[in-house]
Design a protein around this ligand. Structure first.
Ligand SMILES: C[S@@+](CC[C@H](N)C(=O)[O-])C[C@H]1O[C@@H](n2cnc3c(N)ncnc32)[C@H](O)[C@@H]1O
Length: 239
């Protein structure tokens, strides 16, 4: 095989991202509210990966600042952000069905029209459904840290992830990540600092102070009481 037939590092990285999943599908009992969310909310707010590329302006019926959240968990932060910013649009992606049901139930209860939801791998959604240079913000709050070194390959933050996100952000758009696991924060910093086309928005070149627009969760409040840290990172697409 000649060198020209060797897979490039970027192609290898993309294949890695396609085959290794950053999540485990957990079986979870559904509460009545979550089931109601899935049954009644999905037709209104749910989007299918199979539908492919989306025209989000057409879908929301307007052209507004657009945020994409990966792994919204039970949806508490997403609901709070969407309720606080009705002039903005939000796309949330989560694989955990009870969480999807909880968010949908919240959207119906609060009568919010500025959120759409996918229930599948967010990386697939980014690749197949989101146009390049179309997002103002991409949020990744408390992603699974995959503590053990043999599991680090399952961390969602990888060089290929940084490049995929950069393509989907507008120039000037921001990737905002938060974690309560310092080694993961350091790893995020290392990966994004080495990724081309980004500028770290932290004044000290590392972490930004807790941004007021990131809702504080119950879990984080508990961590604060126990003296645990949280690290926020913001990287802006520069080119
Ligand atoms: C530790 S939880 C944090 C949830 C939430 N962001 C919070 O702060 O409470 C990480 C979540 O990301 C989801 N997740 C991980 N990888 C994902 C992916 N590739 N696409 C969609 N969801 C993902 C998991 O299912 C899990 O619910």
């Amino acid at each position: 095989m000649t060198d020209s037939h060797q897979p490039s590092a970027a192609a290898e990285e993309q294949r890695h991202l396609r085959t290794i999943k950053s999540f485990v599908m957990r079986a979870g009992r559904m509460t009545e509210g979550q089931q109601r969310g899935l049954d009644q909310g999905w037709p209104q707010f749910g989007l299918e990966l199979q539908a492919g590329a989306q025209d989000f302006d057409a879908l929301f019926g307007r052209s507004a600042p657009r945020t994409f959240e990966i792994g919204f968990g039970m949806g508490h932060s997403l609901l709070e952000m969407a309720a606080a910013a009705p002039e903005q649009d939000f796309i949330g992606v989560e694989v955990h069905k009870p969480g999807v049901g909880a968010l949908l139930n919240g959207l119906m209860t609060q009568n919010l029209g500025n959120v759409r939801v996918y229930s599948c791998d967010a990386l697939e959604v980014l690749r197949h459904c989101v146009s390049d240079a179309s997002l103002d913000r991409l949020l990744l709050f408390f992603p699974d840290p995959w503590h053990k070194s043999r599991h680090h390959k399952r961390r969602i933050v990888q060089p290929g992830f940084a490049e995929l996100v950069r393509q989907k952000l507008k120039v000037g758009g921001v990737l905002h990540m938060a974690t309560d696991w310092q080694p993961y924060a350091e790893y995020m910093l290392e990966v994004l600092s080495a990724a081309p086309g980004y500028r770290n928005l932290a004044a000290d070149g590392q972490y930004v102070p807790r941004p007021p627009e990131r809702p504080i969760t119950k879990f984080e409040r508990r961590g604060e009481r126990l003296g645990h840290g949280v690290w926020d990172l913001k990287f802006q697409r520069s080119e």
